[in-house]
Design a protein around this ligand. Sequence first.
Ligand SMILES: [Zn+2]
Length: 318
Amino acid sequence: MPEGRVLTVTGPLPADRLGVTDAHDHLFLRSPAMAGQAFDDLDLAVAEVREGRASGIGAIVEMTPIGLGRRPDLLRAVSDATGVPIVGATGYHRDVHYPDGHWVHDASVETLAERIVTDLEQGMHPADWLDPGLPLDAARAGAIKAGASYHHVTAGERRRLAAAAVGVRRTGVAVLVHTEVGTAGHEIVDLLQADGVPPGRIALAHLDRNPDAELHVELATRGVTLEYDTIGRTKYHPDSVVLDLIEAVVAAGHLDHVVLGLDLGRRDYFRSHGGGPGLRYLMDTFVPRLRRRIGDGAVERILVTNPARLYAVAGPAG
Ligand SMILES: [Zn+2]
């Protein structure tokens, strides 16, 4: 098992205590790019996480970044109510998620980086610096988010990737980068590596939106982690596409470079809000099929070992 500890919203935890980890999800989110799909209800989040836990999920990485309605106080409350360790996120999404005039558009790399490091080392800002005077939340972030656009990385996204790289170098925490429809992966890795980020600290999200196994093997060969997180997103493709991808990447020798998440980023995706597939889908519906494809041992590596290694930082728990 990986060594080190993971920074959860209720404190550092030995990495080997996470268990089955949903490596990318959301419990609270609000974005101008997704009008009418915000969710910020504590009781419904608790109900959803209880279902997920009953299905076998042991820990959740909640990747809502700065400016998208993240709620460190409510993440602590969900974790306390359910007993499920939750990792919170700092960092920034791609351009489209910030309204005109938001400070994220104009901030220097230094300011962007300073706020990431504050979230990681001291505690997440409760209002994402829209009200800079507020005291920091008790919960520290344990992951860094970044984002790129469709087949390109904008100037603002480059500045925010550079700031994320500072956060990785200073703290050792991993960066998870949103890819738009699975594109620009090599370019994102090039930029982060040029800024001194080791590939073992880089994960690329949503790659399964572009289910190109040859491309994914190329990226895994560079040492980065592939995150598949459109499981149950049948409007894009059937789960068999993701199963085929995992089987191909594992057959090419990259079992250690795959993690899974559900990325429930819209209210409609939650059973507690009357929708679906919901947090229990991963273990109830997808993983039994995956076990038949690649076996229990390989599934354990993908669900338990790989996310623990990805999100762990050096140092004793405590
Ligand atoms: Zn997400």
